[in-house]
Design a protein around this ligand. Structure first.
Ligand code: UDP
Length: 333
């Protein structure tokens, strides 16, 4: 489910390259997976989880990977109810159906479930960190609240074989969209900064860009899923952080790195690349915006149980993403 999205397209490609498995994939979009549509090991259905008949078809398979979600930050404030339907109601129905059919449900949640973390917070542990989500008026937390409730529902559902994956800021080709070209609203920071660079506009640092994130290559994320497939017995009934602790940077530092990578991709001096501009969270995203100031995963559980450790350094991940973005949207400006 969600095979046509950012993570799904990379996972699908890896499955066809590394295995001989057959895949039934469902999504509302297919532009990222055009190259697989004629593959006779792939059956694609253009649909979403709101349709109970689609859910019934999905759970005929022994392993179900759910990547479907509304995960566009700009929508968490303006469309909180729809965000909650997509991130709680639909996955809950899928979990119920998997519990009945006996399918193993690998559900992609989010590192955002750790909520409003402080600048000096320590590494986030899957099974022991306390979670503070902001007040209901801070509707930024609509997404995290729905994802967290889904996790709790799955963990409490009798008969369900589940695994939860909590991505820490995955980046790579095909991530998000360019506003006004193939999507509307405000995507995540990588797509925003890439768009600004390509359009020659300033990079907007929300509240000064002091928040920190551990950007993780989507290729590491795919490798994690293969480690999980290989050690299913260790992964069932567990939630895993998937992130790269060596790649922690502030958003202001990320802007600096992206400016310098963009200058080298374009063969320009850095002075000719757009600069940064500080904006307030509410002005930029709208009323109800709030933030996590640090999101550092503990990665010991994935290493100890599954032998997984993210490897791709920040600069390599950013350079691959930015080169892809520049090439993909070359005619869009
Ligand atoms: N951010 C920013 N400028 C942008 C987009 C995002 O400064 O154009 C900040 C945002 O406020 C947050 C961080 O970058 O502190 C990461 O935001 P994103 O939406 O990518 O994902 P999050 O990790 O918050 O889920």
């Amino acid at each position: 489910m969600g095979c046509g999205g950012f993570i799904g397209c990379h996972l699908l490609k890896a499955i066809f390259e590394r295995t001989s498995w057959r895949v039934f994939g469902v999504d509302l979009e297919s532009y990222r997976i055009q190259e697989h549509l004629a593959n006779d090991r792939f059956e694609f259905l253009c649909a979403d989880l709101a349709d109970a008949a689609v859910v019934e078809r999905i759970v005929r398979y022994p392993v179900v990977v759910n990547l479907a979600a509304i995960c566009t930050p700009g929508r968490y404030m303006a469309e909180a109810a729809e965000v909650i339907r997509s991130n709680y109601d639909h996955p809950r129905a899928l979990a119920d159906a998997c519990a009945k059919s006996g399918s193993w449900l690998i559900h992609f949640s989010t590192s955002e479930i750790y909520g409003k973390t402080a600048a000096d917070s320590s590494a986030l542990e899957e099974d022991s960190s306390e979670i503070v989500l902001g007040p209901v008026t801070a509707s930024r937390w609509s997404y995290a609240t729905a994802k967290l409730l889904t996790e709790r529902y799955m963990a409490g559902l009798a008969g369900l074989n589940w695994t939860v994956v909590r991505p820490f800021n995955f980046v790579g080709p095909f991530m998000d969209f360019m506003p006004g070209v193939d999507g509307e609203g405000i995507p995540r920071v990588l797509a925003n900064f890439s768009t600004a660079l390509v359009r020659g506009e300033s990079l907007k640092l929300v509240n000064g860009g002091v928040a920190k994130r551990c950007f993780t290559s989507v290729h590491d994320a795919v490798d994690f899923v293969f480690c999980l497939f290989a050690k299913a017995d260790k992964g069932v009934g567990q939630a895993f952080n998937v992130g790269n602790v060596d790649n922690e940077v502030s958003i202001a530092e990320l802007a600096g790195l992206m400016r310098s990578v963009f200058a080298s991709v374009k063969g320009k001096p850095e002075n000719d690349v757009p600069g940064v501009e500080v904006v307030s969270g509410e002005d930029y995203y709208g009323k109800g915006y709030d933030d996590s100031l640090r999101r550092l995963p503990s990665v010991a559980k994935a290493e100890n149980l599954l032998g997984f450790m993210a490897k791709i350094p920040l600069k390599e991940a950013i350079e691959e993403s930015l080169r892809w973005f520049v090439g993909h949207y070359v005619d869009a400006c």
